[in-house]
Design a protein around this ligand. Sequence first.
Ligand SMILES: Cc1cc2nc3c(=O)[nH]c(=O)nc-3n(C[C@H](O)[C@H](O)[C@H](O)COP(=O)(O)OP(=O)(O)OC[C@H]3O[C@@H](n4cnc5c(N)ncnc54)[C@H](O)[C@@H]3O)c2cc1C
Length: 405
Amino acid sequence: MTDVVILGGGAAGLSLGVMLKSEVPEMSVTLLERSDRVGKKLATTGNGRCNITNIDLNPECYHGESAFAADILSRFGYDCQKEFFKNLGVLFTVEDGGKVYPKSLQAASVVDALRFRADELGVNTVLNSTVTEVKREGDGFAVICADKTVKSRVVVVAAGGQAGGRLGSTDGYCVLKSMGHKIERVFPSVVQLKTESSVVRQLKGVKVDAVVKARSDSKSRVEFGEVLFCDYGLSGPPILQVSRLFDGGNMVVSLDLLPDMTEYEVKEEILRRSSMFKSRVLGDLFVGMLHKRLGQVVLKCAGADLNSTCGQMTEILAVKIAKVLKSFDFKVTGNTGFENAQVTAGGAQCAQFFPSCMSKKAKGLFAVGEVLNVDGDCGGFNLAFAWGSANAAKNGIIEYLKQQN
Ligand SMILES: Cc1cc2nc3c(=O)[nH]c(=O)nc-3n(C[C@H](O)[C@H](O)[C@H](O)COP(=O)(O)OP(=O)(O)OC[C@H]3O[C@@H](n4cnc5c(N)ncnc54)[C@H](O)[C@@H]3O)c2cc1C
């Protein structure tokens, strides 16, 4: 019988294997991974650079059962994560917004550092092994794959969430459900938004720095950054950040395209340009101020005739145009789904787990990482939770096995 079986060789599972064997070398740890490689999703993170954590792991950046996440991270915060990775040879570099990356700026090197260490420490990694079921057997468990059954005293579900298309999985939820766990509704987060308006199609490919004000029936959120117009809707970092607000109900995203000017100042600038360029067609009013296509679409949305001249500008029209520039509204109709999402919101209810990540329903069963009902903002917060929950489970498993002996 193995001491510990970890179900899933992603960020949380791999780091847990390393942590366990570093602290208790004689512990037998088997990691079952369905894929032909460990850490496939981890290798795609941060656009291939891996935003590994954040220097400010603020609880407000977590959703779902955020208090559970805050507690986990209070025990394994940024400094502990930095030390853990330093001991794997991964040094950190910090960018804007406290985002932390490996100095190599290669996500693949984070996977390598983890898998090399796991091998060196003797974690028994078994690839191409999809776990289909976990059953209670005496005080331990039978972990069932198509071609084998592994008996273990402890099982850790580290199968991740549904986000990331082929790299996602619902297996962790099924295993936990079969053990009596409640799964909170899962939905895509950190994902592009689809919008109703045909306007976005006319702007496809245009990028603009904007303040993004999002409001749904129950929540609102403001972000700033580069917004990308796509044929289906809106993308870019601030859009991904507010995307969690979409829950199938009403949601509006309002772009302030000129955040450093008041609406009055924008109107005055429109009037100034109009009198300066009297003979120009209105469609060229914003040359040098806005992306050409964006300027023209804004004018159309304000009801202006692009073929009239700037000299025909009226105060009323200038007010209308200024309003659109300060509040360019898009009704959200959906998102681009788990296929394109970076994170799964929802998951196994944390209240049914001890702070050690051990199940209150089945002693010896643990869950770590994205399979739990915790999701973080963009910025390294999701991987930070994977490392933090692995640390909590490491301590819980050592304690649990001690008590069993
Ligand atoms: C494109 C993209 C970019 C991202 N970028 C960032 C970023 O820069 N920073 C950040 O903080 N977060 C980022 N995330 C989120 C982050 O990758 C996840 O939150 C994190 O990987 C979750 O870790 P995990 O170990 O819980 O799950 P995963 O890393 O998904 O690992 C789960 C593992 O379990 C395996 N598995 C699943 N089912 C079974 C089964 N039945 N049997 C055996 N094995 C199984 C899977 O193959 C996988 O290897 C990104 C996500 C995506 C999709």
